[in-house]
Design a protein around this ligand. Structure first.
Ligand code: NDP
Length: 493
């Protein structure tokens, strides 16, 4: 139910104009205070169709615009985004409960980096000329070019509400694609601000569109036949349906995880426990790359636990708008409920709460659990809350086997002084990213990011997303002189 009138510019953005969403009104609450902070109007399925039609129509012109001009507009958008950074940062924190320091990092390290990289990567992106294997002379050449795929459907979650969507949108626009974005229903206000940035930068009408709404709006978008590529980030459960809807189209699916941090017997315990704090409690555990299991060699568990408890005690939980705060609230009631369920399930099967364990409204204490075993929900499913579940292992093979035993395969880390063990474990882990002596919540903006097993398909971050947003085409040229061509080339084989 609407609680306030929907402000102008708070509906879908279609064909270069803000329109009134004919679907339901979504009210946004600050998870830290429960205060109502804004509303947006959702698109109907017909409005999703209109957004895709606008993007499809704009594509025919936009793909022909010079790459210099497209990149110039991306750079202009970056300038405007930088001018409005603080407003966007504050909105992210009020909307999803991220601490302002974390929202700043999302904008200044994540989003800003995508703008910078897209301009550089797309200008340098070029095709190839190959010699033909079917010709014994130099008369035949094969040209390989990448062409923009068309309309990109970007569907994003609430935990990095601008950063994640910015990758396919900015790269897509720079490459000559057009885009339709379905932001999370929990983070539509910062999406509006980002839409304003792109609008004010002067991208032509229809090149970029936003449709607010819940899952049905996302579903209508990803199944639309005029969409050329689907870039979806969200849970495994939703992602499996999206994969079916996307079918044979280009797609990137960035899904959930249950990342292991492995601490071998020779690890630097201070370093490993610092990394576990970041891995388990950054953004109150609501990261796809969170360390959801700490696998610690049995010989060092007590020392590691002591170091972890000491560090956890230092964390300041509270108002996300304060620069001092380390951990804000959980964003949604569903995440709180799942965190509680996983802790209670673990306790009922013999685990022990060593630190924390309680919650006050949406604020959950950073919680350390000992005695975790593979039969517990917390060891098999994604919790997405501020928990540090500790499991032990006896040798390298057992550590690898536990680390690989879930359906997920997004990010893992291993702590050791041994180059041999680090290398061996990294090769054996079925995870798209493996960090050595670094937290699972470390993101390198230049490296390919994506999941194995049910954690997803495809890779993104910087130029790695270009594959999904383009179609590679070969064009062969016969440059033989004369009417008959080269007699040495077989005409039929
Ligand atoms: P969800 O899967 O619930 O939602 C993701 C997006 O999909 C939202 O915009 C959602 O809309 C939309 N959606 C829901 N149903 C459908 C549908 N049937 N078709 C198309 N779109 C749909 O994820 P959350 O928003 O809860 O985000 C948390 C999840 O995202 C975690 O599992 C986390 O691990 C994962 N994630 C993965 C990352 C990665 O890079 N691998 C990065 C960040 C998060 P609505 O908001 O209205 O529900």
């Amino acid at each position: 139910m609407a609680m306030t009138a929907v402000a102008p510019r708070s509906g879908p953005f279609i064909g270069g104009e803000w329109v009134h969403g004919e679907g339901e009104v979504i009210d946004v609450e600050n998870p830290a205070t429960g205060e109502h902070i804004g509303s947006v109007s959702s698109a109907t399925i017909e409005q999703v169709d209109a957004a895709v039609a606008a993007a499809r129509q704009a594509f025919d012109q936009w793909r022909r615009v010079s790459v210099l001009e497209r990149v110039h507009l991306c750079r202009r958008a970056f300038e405007i985004c930088t001018e409005r950074n603080e407003e966007i940062i504050q909105t992210i924190s009020r909307e999803v409960g991220k601490t302002v320091r974390q929202s700043r990092s999302e904008m200044e390290r994540g989003t800003a980096e995508h703008f910078r990289r897209a301009a550089e990567d797309v200008l340098r992106h070029s095709g190839k000329v190959l010699p033909s294997t079917m010709d014994y002379t130099t008369a035949k050449k094969v040209l390989v070019i990448d062409q923009p795929v068309g309309v990109v459907a970007a569907v994003s979650p609430w935990n990095f509400p601008v950063d994640i969507a910015a990758i396919p949108i900015i790269y897509g626009l720079a490459l000559g694609c057009t885009a339709v974005w379905k932001p999370s229903e929990y983070a539509p206000l910062c999406a509006q601000l980002f839409a304003e940035v792109l609008h004010d930068a002067g991208f032509p009408p229809g090149t970029f569109n936003v449709v607010h709404g819940r899952g049905d709006v996302g579903q209508a978008l990803v199944r639309h036949p005029d969409v050329g590529a689907v870039v979806f980030t969200g849970s495994v459960e939703t992602g499996e349906g999206v994969a079916r809807e996307a079918g044979l189209r280009n797609r990137v699916l960035e899904l959930g995880g249950n990342g292991p941090q492995i601490v071998l017997a020779d690890a630097d315990i201070d370093r490993a426990s610092d990394a576990a704090i970041r891995g388990c409690f950054y953004l109150a555990g609501q990261c796809c790359t969170a360390a959801e299991r700490l696998l610690v060699h049995e010989s060092i568990k007590d020392r590691f636990m002591e170091a972890l408890v000491e560090r956890t005690k230092q964390l300041r939980v509270g108002d996300p708008m304060s620069e001092e705060t380390d951990m804000g609230p959980l964003c949604t009631p569903a995440v709180l409920e799942r965190t509680r369920e996983h802790i209670e399930d673990a306790e009922s099967k013999g685990a022990r709460v060593v630190y924390g364990g309680k919650h006050d409204g949406q604020f959950h204490e950073p919680t350390i659990l000992d005695g975790i075993t593979s039969d517990m929900l917390i060891a098999q499913k994604e919790t997405f809350g501020p928990v540090a579940p500790i499991m032990t292992f006896r040798d390298l093979e057992e550590a690898i086997s536990i680390a690989n035993e879930t359906q997920y395969g997004l990010t893992a880390s291993v702590f050791t002084q041994s180059l041999h063990d680090a290398w061996y474990v990294a090769e054996e882990l079925q995870h798209g990213t493996v960090h050595v002596n670094e937290s699972t919540n470390y993101w390198d903006q230049l490296a390919p990011f994506g999941g194995m097993k049910k954690s997803g398909a495809g890779r993104e971050l910087s130029s790695w997303i270009i594959d999904a947003l383009t179609e590679t085409k070969q064009i062969s040229f016969d440059v033989t002189r004369g009417e008959e061509g080269d007699a040495s080339v077989p005409k039929m084989t």
